[in-house]
Ligand binder design. Structure first.
Ligand SMILES: [Ca+2]
Ligand SMILES: [Ca+2]
Ligand SMILES: [Ca+2]
Length: 314
């Protein structure tokens, strides 16, 4: 048989080509591809869940996971108070090659320029009229009668449902026959029904304030008895119960002074620990000296009806 070098060389090249083809076919199988999901956000507090061929969760400003299967993934960002949540988004990692997808979550800060809420003063003919002005003093057009009683209205603001937007809290003004009725309105003056509280049995209206004592992002309502000549200086705190969608007694119920004429209330972080305290002042008795006291609220009981308050030095 004649030796044919060209034929053998051709055969060798074809064999080599087939081997190379099978080699690359093998190495190009989907299992060997490396795919990466990146997530970048502009907030450390950001959280997200990614669902697709695999399910993952993460947080922070920079997150990455490699070696994930190909396919379409959808990211859903978690809410962060005070920010607009980025929209959910889907992206696809190819199945036949190395690939990287990057989700970008831009949380947009909700610019809060606080409005000014005013309530009519305690004149005997004054209706319980509330008006809302914008931060620069111009009228917003929000104006409403909070209660059907004269002697004006006491106002406070607080976020009682934790959505980052304050509601308007009103207490009846100090008329001798006025009940100690508290109401809650949205920022447009629509009453949130079911949230009314009658804080005391005695008359002369009720003073109101608000603060978040347990740090859950939902403000509590603080009440002080109205300035009736026989009213004790009784302070209470009411907590919004999101399950029952109403205010319930927190258990905080104390007499701030041994004098009558009720008690004025506000709240603030008096000792700088990041948790508000209740601040009280005597009611307007004819001979009373000014006497401001600060009260720390103990919210450690998981039973909300068991909260308590005790005076702290300042
Ligand atoms: Ca709110
Ligand atoms: Ca709270
Ligand atoms: Ca404090």
């Amino acid at each position: 048989m004649k030796f044919d070098t060209r034929h053998d060389l051709k055969f060798l090249l074809i064999s080599l080509a087939i081997s190379v083809f099978f080699f690359f076919s093998f190495t190009s199988t989907p299992e060997a591809c490396y795919r990466i999901i990146n997530v970048t956000t502009n907030l450390e507090e950001a959280t997200f869940i990614i669902n697709g061929p695999g399910s993952y969760s993460g947080s922070g400003t920079s997150w990455s996971l490699g070696g994930v299967p190909g396919g379409t993934y959808t990211i859903v960002f978690g809410d962060v108070k005070g920010y607009v949540t980025p929209p959910s988004e889907s992206q696809t990692l190819v199945t036949y090659d190395n690939d990287t997808i990057t989700f970008i979550g831009e949380y947009e800060w909700i610019v809060v320029k606080k409005n000014i809420i005013v309530g009519a003063g305690p004149g005997s003919r004054n209706l319980g009229l509330v008006k809302v002005f914008s931060h620069d003093g111009t009228e917003t057009g929000v104006s409403f009668l909070a209660h059907g009683y004269k002697y004006g209205v006491n106002v406070a603001s607080g976020d009682i449902d934790g959505d980052g937007i304050d509601e308007i809290i009103t207490g009846v003004g100090p008329g001798p026959q006025n009940p100690a009725e508290v109401k809650v309105f949205d920022r447009n003056g629509n009453q949130l029904t079911g949230l009314s509280v009658t804080a005391y049995e005695y008359k002369y209206g009720v003073n109101v304030a608000s603060a978040d004592f347990d740090g859950d992002g939902i403000d509590e309502i603080i009440t002080g008895a109205g300035p009736g000549p026989q009213n004790p200086a009784e302070v209470k705190v009411f907590v919004y119960d999101s399950l029952e969608q109403r205010f319930i007694d927190s258990g905080v119920d104390f007499t701030a002074y041994d004098t009558k004429y009720g008690v004025k209330v506000t709240a603030g972080d008096a000792d700088g620990d990041g948790i508000p305290e209740i601040i009280t002042e005597r009611g307007p008795g004819p001979t009373y000296i000014r006497d401001i006291k600060i009260w720390k609220v103990d919210t450690s009981s998981s039973d909300i009806g068991q909260w308590s308050a005790s005076r702290i030095a300042y």
